[in-house]
Design a protein. Structure first.
Length: 166
């Protein structure tokens, strides 16, 4: 083999090696976009109380209490929807309870936003001073806001919860 043929063969082999390297690296050098799909499982929750069809329901991830109430056929007669946080996001395994306007012992719940101080005094542990403070703190969007009233802490709120509504 002559030196010219050797040089030509070297260039041919070099070209073939570069072509094969380029073919091998091409997929790695190009950035392709693939869609990211992140699927969330359905949430399984229970609903009880004053709804038309209490039970266990599976709803799409991210569903809210409002959707659960709708899935359960809506509120039953005598339900007190103001005591339910309809915007709360559902978590698998939880139970949502929709209370009734009438307490378990047959009394009508006292409205925090419209009851007179005398009506508020009928609540357990609420005297004239606390009743006046409740009236001064109106309006309330959620029962939990009652803890802003001086003299009402978490324990008192839990004692009042079955007797009051918004």
């Amino acid at each position: 083999m002559t030196p010219g043929q050797e040089a030509r063969l070297t260039w041919i082999l070099l070209f073939i090696c570069l072509a094969l390297a380029a073919l091998n690296l091409a997929p790695r050098l190009s950035v392709g976009q693939s869609p990211i799909s992140h699927e969330q499982p359905d949430v399984t929750v229970a609903i009880a109380g004053a709804v038309r069809t209490p039970g266990v329901y599976s709803l799409p991830w991210g569903a809210r209490v409002d959707e659960l109430v709708s899935a359960a056929g809506g509120y039953a007669a005598g339900a007190e929807p103001s005591l339910v946080n309809l915007a709360a996001q559902l978590v698998t395994g939880e139970t949502v309870f929709v209370p009734e306007v009438i307490t378990p012992v047959g009394e009508v719940r006292v409205s925090l936003n419209s009851a007179s101080p005398e009506q508020l005094e009928s609540l357990p542990g609420v005297g004239p001073v606390t009743a006046r403070r409740i009236v001064e703190g109106r309006p309330y969007a959620r029962l939990e806001e009652l803890v802003r009233v001086k003299g009402i802490g978490p324990k008192t709120l839990e004692r009042l919860r079955p007797h009051v509504r918004l």
